[in-house]
Design a binder for this molecule. Structure first.
Ligand code: GDP
Ligand code: IMO
Ligand code: MG
Length: 432
């Protein structure tokens, strides 16, 4: 079947970008279906590091077509900056290589200001958003007053819509958040200019994808964020505002339900989270610093979009099992296995225990009340060897092989690949 789906199984930053880049060598189209420039996907190729926020990570391969589906909220300024960044690095971007859905929503400066004002208002209850205007843009979408890419195709009408939107935003800012209103004219002129520049990229991407799938072309859907941040299935309210899970692919790309070859879950060999919200296996102190790194290495656990230090902890098998169920995962890719080298012992959470001592394989009410559980751990032996030069299963230390097999056992999903460094070639195929 021609459709493959790659999603994050944790709280984002699992290494999706580098896996999508890898899988893209065999894909004709790579399509984003959710989120916006809150995402930060890193791809390392031949000593060049690309940090992509909107454009699909498959774009580095010259043969792929990138698609931004209707499920996205797009900041046109960020998109144009990213197009320039790619061009400067020798990656050609044109309407022959990148298509944007007419039905994707626009992020406006007012959404960004509202995002920050809402967070300030929440005080101690802050979600810790990326401050990119994601929540307010999706709020406008659901309230049926958002601006969409299609609006950019008629400049006169677009201008009217921007002005109306600015009136509403400025009312909100002044009366609900006691924040200074935004100047209207610069927003109007900037967005009319963005519309001119993006005009030729805007099409019915659902129709293009449908045709491609019927012709047997290989389409790879690239998830943003991780499923524990899903608006329906995540650790609500500490979530993002889109459907992150694999089932969001169909509505977020505008294609009907069709057979899917693989639903691949990108899973970090430990757990990380940036922003607030429950995190049962979170570590602090020395072990946290050991897993996070100090920021000296490019892959240390600091946000790709915001630079914030990520919270870190042991791999949570309960949440991985839940991710398998909600996404219908068929395979896992285990990333950052190299980071665990040098530990005497590695813990993995295999169950949760409540205050009465009752244990759960998956909590009965999903994952919204994670704070009330204590993780139950199994301890595995670590390994001391550096894995970064390993390319064959047989060359992995026995304890690393056992760790991978243990992840398969607790999740119920086979690991197809393990990555041992950020470069394209630093992967090990895992035999079934
Ligand atoms: P994404 O949002 O899921 O695409 O992940 P990010 O790009 O935000 O964060 C993953 C970070 O880990 C990036 O700096 C990657 O280059 C890096 N990375 C990915 N896979 C590996 C790996 O196997 N080992 C190491 N050391 N770094 C990795
Ligand atoms: P990638 O695609 C990690 C988190 C934010 C915050 C919550 C809501 O790189 O994995 P938002 O700005 O979306 O309203 O913030 O979601 N978040 C991410 N965390 N990786 C991401 O993307 C994220 N995108 C959003 O930190 O907790
Ligand atoms: Mg990221």
């Amino acid at each position: 079947m021609p459709l493959k789906i790659l999603v994050g199984t944790q709280w984002g930053d699992e290494g999706k970008g580098r896996i999508v880049d890898l899988l893209s060598s065999q894909s004709d189209i790579v399509a984003r279906f959710n989120g916006g420039d809150n995402a930060g996907h890193t791809v390392n190729v031949s000593n060049h590091t690309f940090k992509l926020h909107l454009i699909p990570s498959g774009i580095i391969h010259p043969h792929t077509l990138g698609v931004l589906g209707n499920g996205l909220v797009i900041n046109p300024k960020s998109l144009l900056i990213e197009i320039e960044m790619l061009r400067d690095s020798g990656v050609e971007i044109s309407p022959e290589r990148l298509l944007i859905s007419y039905a994707a929503h626009l992020i406006m400066p007012g959404h960004i200001t509202l995002d920050r004002a809402k967070e300030t208002n929440l005080g101690k209850g802050q979600i810790g958003t990326t401050g990119r205007g994601i929540g307010p843009a999706y709020t406008d979408k659901v309230s049926r007053k958002g601006l969409r890419m299609i609006d950019m195709l008629d400049l006169a009408l677009f201008e009217e819509r921007i002005r109306l939107h600015m009136q509403q935003v400025n009312y909100d800012l002044s009366f609900h958040y006691q924040t200074a209103p935004l100047k209207v004219e610069p927003v109007v002129s900037d967005y009319l200019e963005y519309a001119r520049q993006l005009h030729d990229y805007i099409v019915d991407t659902g129709a293009v994808l449908d045709m491609a799938l019927h012709e047997g072309k290989l389409v790879l859907a690239e998830g943003a964020q991780g499923m524990l941040l899903d608006i329906d299935h995540g650790s609500y309210p500490f979530v993002t505002s889109s459907n992150v899970t694999a089932t969001g692919v169909f509505s977020g790309l505008g294609i009907g339900i069709c057979k899917v070859e693989n639903v691949i879950g990108a899973t970090k060999a430990f757990q990380s989270r940036v922003g607030a919200g429950p995190f049962p296996t979170e570590l602090d102190g020395e072990m946290a610093t050991r897993l996070r790194g100090t920021g000296a290495k490019p892959w240390d656990e600091f946000g790709t979009t915001t630079g914030r230090p990520r919270r870190v902890g042991w791999l949570d098998g309960v949440l991985l099992r839940y991710a398998r169920r909600v996404n219908g995962l068929t395979d896992l890719v285990l990333t950052k296995l190299d980071v665990l080298s040098g530990l005497e012992q590695i813990k993995v959470c295999t169950a949760y225990e409540d205050v009465n001592g009752e244990q759960y394989a998956i909590p009965p009410m999903g994952i919204t009340q994670l704070d009330q559980y204590k993780p139950v751990y199994e301890t595995l032996p670590g390994w001391q060897e550096d894995l970064t030069a390993v390319r064959q299963w047989d060359d992995l230390p026995k304890a690393a092989q056992e760790y991978i097999r243990f992840v398969e056992k607790i999740s119920g999903v086979l690991v197809m690949l393990a990555s041992v460094g950020p470069e394209r070639s630093q992967v090990v195929e895992v035999p079934a």
